[in-house]
Ligand binder design. Structure first.
Ligand SMILES: O=P(O)(O)OC[C@H]1O[C@H](OP(=O)(O)OP(=O)(O)O)[C@H](O)[C@@H]1O
Ligand code: HPA
Ligand SMILES: [Mg+2]
Length: 179
């Protein structure tokens, strides 16, 4: 897999430091609260495991699965709810965990869904923020790293369902997906 990567952007060590930094901040900001942590599958699976171990709070962990990229390199504009949660978020503080905010469409979809269901507050902790990719105006509250406008894989992020198990985030070589 390493041969398919043009450049490593964030290695294991720097991701760990980002998890520690954001975990501390979330612990401080939600002191005394019991937020619902909503992890967005599949991409956020590693970020969820690493970030949450740095959060010293009573949290309820839920997983939701939405899909917009359908494995490819560009957003399809049609987001589908693949697996829903079964617990009630009415009146709860919700922290959404994302691996990346790119066009912002997935996050907008989720925030609307949670608002319709009566969440008391909704905040977002993302490992990566690709601000140049935005198609809708939306901001994350906790950001691990800003990332440039390149298609990245690894540490949860996929191309055609592959590369999620790379321990780092890197830019996928164009020749891997342009032929
Ligand atoms: O800001 P956006 O342009 O909407 O992109 C961000 C979303 O896209 C990816 O999910 P994807 O739909 O590929 O599903 P996956 O997590 O299962 O890979 C990623 O994990 C985010 O959830
Ligand atoms: O750059 C990306 N890589 C992988 N998945 C993604 N989903 C949104 N942007 C990306
Ligand atoms: Mg994907």
């Amino acid at each position: 897999m390493d041969n398919d990567i043009q450049e490593v952007l964030f290695d294991q060590d720097s991701i760990h430091h980002a998890a520690v930094r954001l975990g501390k901040q979330i612990t401080k900001d939600y002191a005394g609260e019991e937020p619902v942590v909503l992890s967005v599958l599949k991409g956020a699976y590693l970020w969820t495991a690493d970030l949450l171990r740095e959060v010293d709070l009573y949290v309820k962990l839920e997983f939701i699965k939405i899909s917009s990229y359908h494995g490819g390199v560009s957003s399809t504009n049609s987001i589908s709810l693949v697996t829903d949660i079964h617990s009630d978020v009415q009146g709860r503080d919700v922290i959404i965990l994302e691996d990346i905010v790119d066009t912002g469409q997935s996050l907008l979809f989720l925030k609307k869904l949670l608002a319709e269901r009566g969440a008391k507050s909704i905040q977002v902790a993302t490992l990566l923020d690709k601000k140049e990719g935005r198609k809708v105006e939306i901001k994350a509250d906790y950001i691990g790293f800003d990332v440039r406008n390149e298609f990245v894989v690894g540490y949860g992020l996929d191309y055609k369902e592959m590369y999620r198990n790379l321990p780092y985030v890197g830019i996928l070589k164009k020749e891997v997906y342009s032929d």
